[in-house]
Design a protein around this ligand. Structure first.
Ligand SMILES: Nc1ncnc2c1ncn2[C@@H]1O[C@H](COP(=O)(O)OP(=O)(O)OP(=O)(O)O)[C@@H](O)[C@H]1O
Length: 304
């Protein structure tokens, strides 16, 4: 479990993290999501004791990282895809890491197998692709068989197979009761890897919810009918809703789809389509962070 209790981090005039209170729980994969500059890396750095909070506390199992007796055996982190000596082999890198942290050498082959690098274990890590480097970083994070795993943008550089593989691995770690926290600025990545999301914007907590709730909640109901939709619209207005009528039917927020179907039936309306509008995670996320995106390209600066 990772606990942020009123955690604030200021760098001079910049408030990178602003009174963040959130608990990252064991047994699920939590995604830390937010636009560039939202404070994701700062939050991870505080959890890893790489930086001190200006105010508030960040603890792992109730203990600040720096006070942990066996940090690498409690928290496994992968925050920099190329944090290894390029001339060393993957095995040599992990062996050195194990020795330095008093982790049994046999774990090296275990984690190489776990991340799928056994066949290239003797190769120079400097020649690895970004996806392979990510796997090596993950191997390092898992070396101490930690209860808490922190990963900064781990999907970066992985191909589709790699993303699916990572999803399975993280799922297994969570199912074993571990706490898994990964950051990403891309919701589409978290969609396939995380089951809970903590959304940050300008250092503040915007949302803390199961990823399914990002899609399911408040989906507007769309009705398509060849008949005039006005009677249905009037009936919805009467019970306090605000339908939007268009040429093909209407759309209405905050109402159960079965209620709309029953009303249409009672009014004798022929319904050709009745369903919640597909709200993409991306749209919900953009809604959440709309006021909190600091670095937005002006339209003319966007690449088509
Ligand atoms: N060492 C530092 N010195 C000064 N400002 C910093 C420092 N580290 C972060 N910041 C600022 O704090 C804010 C949050 O940065 P942070 O890197 O935590 O965001 P992020 O969500 O990880 O962004 P990204 O997705 O771009 O990596 C930004 O405004 C950033 O410029």
């Amino acid at each position: 479990m990772i606990t942020f209790a009123h955690a604030t981090k200021r760098y001079g005039p910049t408030t990178a993290l602003d009174d963040l209170t959130v608990t990252v729980r064991p047994g699920s994969v939590t995604g830390l999501l937010g636009p560039n500059g939202a404070g994701k890396s700062t939050a991870l750095r505080l959890a890893l004791g790489l930086d001190r909070a200006t105010a508030g506390d960040v603890t792992v199992h109730g203990i600040p990282y720096r006070a942990l007796r066996h940090p690498l055996r409690t928290v496994g982190a992968h925050v920099d895809a190329r944090a290894f000596h390029p001339g060393r082999s993957a095995r040599a890198h992990l062996t050195a890491l194990a020795r330095y942290n008093r982790i049994p050498a046999r774990r090296v082959d275990d984690v190489l197998g776990l991340v799928g690098l056994s066949d290239v274990a003797g190769k120079r890590a400097g020649g690895f692709s970004l996806g392979m480097a990510q796997r090596l970083g993950l191997a390092g994070a898992l070396l101490g068989d930690p209860e808490v795993v922190l990963l900064d943008e781990p999907v970066n550089g992985l191909d589709t197979d790699g993303v699916l593989w990572l999803r399975g691995l993280l799922r297994d770690l969570a199912d074993q009761g571990r706490t898994v926290l990964l950051s990403s600025h891309l919701l589409s990545e978290l969609e396939v890897t995380a089951d809970h999301v903590v959304v940050l914007g300008r250092g503040r907590l915007l949302a803390d919810l199961p990823i399914a709730d990002l899609v399911g909640r408040d989906a507007p109901v769309v009705v398509r009918t060849p008949d005039a939709p006005a009677p249905l619209a009037d009936a919805l207005v009467e019970i306090g809703h605000h339908p939007q009528v268009d040429g093909h039917g209407l759309t209405v927020d905050g109402v159960d789809v079965t209620l709309v179907g029953d009303l249409a039936h009672a009014l004798g309306l022929r319904v050709h389509h009745l369903a919640p509008a597909p709200v993409t995670l991306e749209a919900r996320y953009l809604d959440l962070v709309a006021d909190d995106v600091q670095y937005r390209a002006r339209p003319e600066e966007r690449i088509a």
